[in-house]
Design a protein around this ligand. Structure first.
Ligand code: KG4
Ligand code: ZN
Length: 368
């Protein structure tokens, strides 16, 4: 049980987490419905008891991308069965839940509202507090559920479908932006290039699979901002270059040139991500790197980061592969870590509350 007084309401002092608690987390910001149960015990790292996920990929595939209205409706269909599944797997009942957490943003407004509504309604019915979590903070902290979790401080490379950022992370809630994309995100570069190559949605994993059969040096594709003195990224020019090459190849192109172009595209994205990460480590003097977000599942990125960091004595941490892309575990975990660190106050007003646009840098110590 939790000492509620410390966690509820707008506390003038950061609340102190004292005893064990069970946190149920919901993720519904885009095309994955995720639910998870995390246990946070005093002084010990939070533990994932159970999690369940439903991916909408096959539903959106026919449209070549996420259809927001369909996404919201599917979250509604999936969220309660997934919640029952998680509680059954963990051997817990609803009454055992101490805090309910959900993704408050950023993401699709309608999709976020489903998670927020279910979380707030469940918490109201159980008379428990709720905590809205920043989706990117969930990704950022997800390696803390790995067997060998990182220690603060570290540089974080956040690479998802909508974001590409380098951050300096000094603790839970202490995030300083070092650089970010000025146009497309790395995941977007994978997805858009994959589409141009005639691969399905989501394109990242499909492009990575095709790239295994190609020559990464076959096409000289641009690496914008690579040699500039900035930690910002730019991927829009790469997509244009891929389009030009696809047009040159023409229709009915055989497999090898497509595989070569996929491999060359992946090589360009990976080289930029690796070199900018190394530059961020150099600029901060830190010797620890955390990689999070869907693109962090890319095998070539992992291999090249591992090799480059090993040479420089830098430790690299990733989330478990299954927790790289969107999931409920990272949301329950972020809530647990915020509460443990005294950097959040779970609320009892149960008002639906989402923030579809929400910069991570805007997060301060106490959640509003
Ligand atoms: O973090 P995430 O699941 O969702 C967002 O918050 O955006 O990231 C999804 C992105 C998509 O762009 C997807 O194509 C990309 O991650 N992705 C990959 C791989 N797995 C997922 N990109 C490259 N290689 C992969 N193996
Ligand atoms: Zn995500």
């Amino acid at each position: 049980m939790v000492l509620w007084q410390g966690l509820v309401g707008v506390a003038p002092e950061p609340p102190h987490y004292t005893v064990a608690m069970l946190i149920l987390g919901f993720e519904s910001s885009c095309d994955e419905t995720g639910v998870a149960l995390v246990a946070a015990n005093d002084g010990a790292p939070p533990q994932l008891l159970a999690h369940a996920l439903h991916s909408q990929v096959s539903m959106h595939e026919a449209y070549g991308g996420v259809v927001p209205e369909l996404a919201s409706r599917d979250h509604i269909r999936r969220v309660l069965p997934l919640t029952r599944q998680v509680l059954a797997e963990a051997g817990k009942g609803r009454a055992d839940i101490d805090v309910v957490a959900y993704t408050r943003g950023p993401g699709l407004a309608g999709a976020l509202l489903v998670g927020s509504a279910v979380a707030c309604a469940l918490a109201a019915a159980l008379d428990r507090p709720v905590l809205g979590i920043h989706h990117l903070e969930g990704h950022l902290l997800s390696p803390f559920l790995a067997a060998d979790p990182p220690q603060f401080p570290f540089v974080a490379l956040l690479v998802s479908g909508g974001h590409t950022q380098l951050m300096r992370v000094d603790g839970v809630g202490d995030y300083a932006l070092l650089g970010e994309t000025i146009d497309d995100a790395a995941g977007e570069a994978f997805d858009k290039s994959a589409k141009l190559l005639g691969l399905g949605y989501p394109g990242g994993p499909a492009l990575a699979r095709l790239a295994e059969f190609g020559d990464p040096t076959a096409y000289a594709l641009p690496r914008p901002l690579l040699h500039r003195d900035t930690l910002d990224f730019s991927f829009a020019g790469l997509k244009t270059a891929v389009r030009t090459q696809v047009m040159k190849l023409g229709d009915g192109v055989c497999e090898q040139p497509r595989a070569d172009l996929a491999a060359s595209t992946q090589a360009a994205i990976v080289e930029v991500l690796v070199k900018k990460s190394l530059a961020a480590l150099k600029a901060t003097g830190l010797r620890r790197l955390v990689v999070a977000g869907g693109v962090g599942a890319n095998r070539s990125l992992r291999t090249q980061l591992d090799a480059a960091c090993a040479k420089r004595g830098v430790r690299v941490h990733y989330p478990e592969l299954q927790l790289c892309t969107d999931n409920g575990a990272m949301i329950a975990l972020a809530a647990a870590m915020r509460l443990q660190a005294g950097r959040a106050v779970a609320r009892h007003d149960h008002a639906f509350d989402v923030q579809p646009r929400w910069p991570l840098a805007a997060l301060d110590g106490l959640a509003p």
